[in-house]
Design a protein. Sequence first.
Length: 215
Amino acid sequence: MRVISLNVGEPRMVPYLAGEVSTGIFKEHVAGPLMLRRLNFEGDRQADLEVHGGKNKAVYAYPSEHYPFWRRGLPDMDLPWGIFGENLTTEGLTEENAHIGDRFRVGEAVVAVSQPRLPCFKLGIRFGRPDIIKRFFASGRSGMYFSVVEEGMVGNGDEIEVVSRASEKISVADVNRVYASPQEDVPLLRRIVSANILPSGYQSDLSGALATLGG
């Protein structure tokens, strides 16, 4: 597993509806390496800190393996690394083999898998098409957020090495599946809720879904 592309960007004002909105989703490849701090990479910021950024969303990673799927589905679009707003475009690390709580060494830094990504309207701004939000969610190709355990320098081509695996073995893909269709696997939903390893927003949503389905 390794880093294919390191991508960062500062918030910018862009047209939206009848006005403008600030967004940090426009990430661009940089030569690096860059220092990864507790809340973000140097040279990278999030615009709306109520829904983006913070300790559980310090770094966003997206598998390079998903790009062929999107290039087939969006043949008229140029899809450079970083277009999904990811800081790290990765190789070998996917939603199926990344578990909530897993720790990885990336360059000199250590990160922990915290949650999948739920798309917001700013992904539609980046792609210039609002339908990408539903398509992204339905695809299950969410990528993953990391919290930062140890700060350090990270660069293009750095290996992503397993430091420790979470004992619950609940993958990012597992969370995506029960979030999208909780009724399809109630035992898995119950196991995820009982593990209580997700940030409060996800935990609350899935607890509510479980209660609705009768616990």
